[in-house]
Design a protein. Structure first.
Length: 89
């Protein structure tokens, strides 16, 4: 995310297509991540799944679904509390 800097792309109207690509890739990573962590952290994975606006549960489909990249549906991402609290040192 830092390398692609979507917050900078959002300020450039000519970079709209690139911004779409960057955000879609980030959402796909989160979708796949939710599926992969679901067996160990089902509640966190399901909260993430819901925030992504996806139906069902990350444990509903086969694990092979993680091999298909680029299928994130058009959806509205929900704002909310962080999945994990920040640890202060």
């Amino acid at each position: 995310m830092e390398a692609t800097a979507p917050w900078k792309l959002a300020k450039d109207p000519e970079a709209a297509s690139r911004l779409d690509e960057v955000l879609n890739a980030a959402l796909e990573c989160l979708r796949v991540g939710a599926i992969l962590v679901w067996p160990a952290m089902p509640r966190a994975a399901e909260r993430l799944w819901g925030k992504l606006g996806l139906e069902g549960s990350p444990g509903d489909g086969p694990l092979a679904g993680t091999a298909v990249f680029g299928t994130f549906p058009a959806t509205t991402v929900a704002k909310g509390d962080p999945l994990f609290p920040r640890i202060e040192a």
